[in-house]
Design a binder for this molecule. Sequence first.
Ligand code: GLN
Length: 312
Amino acid sequence: MSGTIISPIHDLLNDLHGRLQEERGGEVATYIPELGKADPEWFGVAVATLDGVLYEAGDTEVPFTIQSVSKPFVYALALQDRGMERVLQQVGVEPTGDAFNAVRLEPETGRPYNPMVNAGAIVTSSLVDGADAEARLDRILAGLSAFAGRPLAVDHKVLVSEAATGDRNRALAYLMHGAGSLRCDVDDSLTVYFAQCSTLVTTRDLAVMTATLAGGGVNPITGQQVVSVEAAAGALTVMATCGTYDYAGEWLMRAGLPAKSGVSGGLIAALPSQLGLGVFSPPLDPRGNSVRGVAACQELSGRFGLHLMRPT
Ligand code: GLN
């Protein structure tokens, strides 16, 4: 059975949503000008369980661009298409403790440190199947859609805005091309990466996509095996160690769940074999994580005893 459920969990989500809606901290990102148009009041929370049940509160159907929350899903696609050893040749899996847009590569190998920061994500999206940029973008859009269980599309205004202000990513791509870790054409790689980040999703989509990772790559609504168990586990692993940038350590201490945040205000967290959480609220803390998103996930983790390192 699938569908949105009204239950005590729903009451709890509504209560949490009502309280956290009053939180006024954080700033909406403006370095991609189009993102600056987001309403700071938007706030959605959704939980998808592996048996296909959705619990939702707030603005769970407002579309927004996925931004960095795309990174673990595209990493799972790259693992699926190339295998772990091949992907590791070009992208590491070490946490940096750096900001999402840090200009830093491993000195010995020239690899980006991990696929959850921009440098690593640019290489990752160049690794999915496809003979050219158009084919790789098709693969990514089809893959993200399969994770969500519905067809997703790119927001062209955000894409143009990203490309116009993406010099830092351009600089990273040139550095990595020079270092040998980015082996595709620089402009092509950035076109694919910017479009990936500009893909429109809802909070509900994020919960279903995350539940798909938590379920070993099987979408709990459609039943489709989107990626292998190994690829899904690889994505969850880097989410646990690197998913919230320079907050990843404290995040894991407090929430105890693999997670990923993005600059448009999306935040996902997964409880393997159980559920996926999706939260959306545009105001960000100084490290680039959604203020209401972090508070909502940490409260839900505590409330339901989801911390992976704590025995139940
Ligand atoms: N598209 C954004 C960028 O590359 C993604 C960053 C993010 O969500 N943290 O700058």
